[in-house]
Unconditional design. Structure first.
Length: 70
């Protein structure tokens, strides 16, 4: 399982915008036992949010060349 935590910058493995992780865990509005990351991002100037299974995400490098928590 990916080592993803609050504050990390992630992206779907299939591509898409960079997103900031707000929290990770078993979210109550889902009935399965899948760890999800609740993320926020912007599309143009509009804020977006969503929950994604952590196995679908990867950390992305910041401008310094390191992931957020390194």
């Amino acid at each position: 399982m990916p080592d993803i935590a609050a504050g990390d910058v992630v992206q779907l493995k299939s591509g898409g915008p960079r997103m900031t992780v707000e929290k990770v865990g078993l979210l109550t509005h889902f009935t399965d036992d899948v760890q999800r990351a609740y993320c926020r991002w912007f599309m143009v100037d509009e804020p977006k949010e969503g929950a994604f299974p952590v196995h679908m995400l990867m950390k992305v490098k910041t401008a310094t060349g390191r992931s957020k928590r390194e």
